[in-house]
Design a protein. Sequence first.
Length: 129
Amino acid sequence: MDVARLKTIPLFASFSEDDLRKIAPFAEEHSVGAGETIVREGDYSYDLMIIEEGNAEVRHDGQKIADLGPGDFFGEMGVLERDRRNADVVAASPMRLITLKSYDVKRMERTLPDAVEQLRDVIRQRRNA
C-alpha cells in the first residue's frame, strides 16, 4: 500500500510518515462490486475496513440505518475487541476498501505500540462522536 494513499484517509491523517511506512505493508486493498454484502450481522469481526472509494449501506435487522462513504470505516470491533458484527454492510456502488486484519494490528503492536494506540484512540473518538 502506498504511504501517500494512506495519508489521504482521515483515519491515518495524523500519523507520521515513518509510522505510515511501517503500517503500509499490513494494509490490503480490496475491490467490491455494487450490491455485494461486505460483512454480515452476527459474524465475528476480524477486519477493520476503510472506504477509499464508493458508498455502502449499513443494515441492522434488514433495515437501513446509515450510509457510509469515502473516509468512513467499519469493523473496528475486530480491532478494539473480539466481538460479533452488529450490522450488515452492503456496497451501494463499486468500492475500493483498505483493510487491516486484527491479527496484523496485534503484530504491529510489538513494533509500533504508539501508532497502534493512536489508531485505537482515533477509532474510539469516531465511535463516540
